[in-house]
Design a protein around this ligand. Structure first.
Ligand SMILES: [Fe+2]
Length: 269
């Protein structure tokens, strides 16, 4: 048990293969009682933190709490994105499909270091829509020296139309350095087949021979989706999930049946 302050005592339980659940056993947690520096420390250590027993904050309170942590990334819609399924979405994020791995903020002026989800409404059990996290620090550790060296000279250009709140063209090195831990991380957004996804992202890979690009992306896919480096989060109502957006890539499983879901997301630079 860890005492945050007199009114809140929490238990911390590891998830597999990474991550941690922080539980306020009586459902009486208050996110605002956890100093942002403590939350950041826990998030860095676990990479993904699941808070349970912490009643959700109003949008205003969530923004004001996160402002105590760092600058908030704002978009056309403001600071908090309502992620809901739409009947006729223009972009795959709001559809019932899966979402391939990516990091948040690739098309922003600066990518957030962290993001936080509040789960207003979880899908029913078995309804899909799990968020999947891949630990790129572990993928890089497993790759071996030769492959790591090859990856070090790869740049990927991403291009998408701005039909939702993001878009444009950006080039990113495949490998980067984590601003807080100094670890080598991977920045990669998986290609989206235009026949399957609305508003897809198109990739150009530099640093790999053109005839090898497909094999390169297939190999990356296999490594990133290896079950030993992935945590699948099954949402429950009221979950608060905090993510290290540098160490991890994330995506989503498709929804099943007519299940729905409502998450609120805020990103911290
Ligand atoms: Fe995302």
């Amino acid at each position: 048990m860890t005492a945050i302050e007199k009114t809140t005592t929490v238990t911390r339980t590891p998830l597999s293969p990474f991550g941690e659940v922080v539980t306020a056993p009586h459902g009486d947690g208050d996110l605002r009682a956890i100093p942002p520096a403590t939350l950041e420390e826990w998030t860095i250590a676990a990479k993904v933190l699941v808070l349970r027993g912490f009643p959700l904050l109003s949008t205003e309170d969530l923004v004001s709490y996160c402002e105590g942590w760092g600058e908030i990334l704002t978009w056309d819609f403001g600071a908090v994105l309502d992620l809901v399924i739409m009947d006729e979405p223009k972009n795959y994020l709001f559809s019932r499909s899966d979402v391939p791995f990516h990091w948040d903020g690739a098309f922003a002026k600066q990518a957030p270091r962290y993001f936080l989800f509040q789960c207003v409404q979880a899908p029913p059990v078995g309804g899909g829509g799990e968020t999947v996290f891949s630990d790129t620090t572990e993928v890089i550790r497993r790759a071996g020296d030769d492959l790591r060296r090859d990856w070090g000279s790869v740049d990927v250009t991403y291009r998408t139309d701005k039909l939702a709140y993001y878009g444009g063209q950006v080039t990113a090195s495949l490998l980067a350095t984590h601003s807080e831990t100094g670890e080598t991380i991977m920045r990669y957004g998986e290609p989206l087949d235009p026949a399957v996804y609305q508003n897809p992202v198109f990739l150009t890979v530099d640093g790999v021979a053109p005839q090898d690009a497909d094999a390169f992306m297939t190999d990356l896919r296999d490594r990133l989706h290896d079950a030993e480096v992935c945590y699948h989060h099954e949402w429950r109502d009221g979950d608060i999930v905090i993510v290290d957006n540098q160490a991890l890539l994330h995506g989503r499983n498709a929804f099943r049946g007519d299940s729905s879901r409502h998450l609120q997301r805020i990103q911290i630079l």
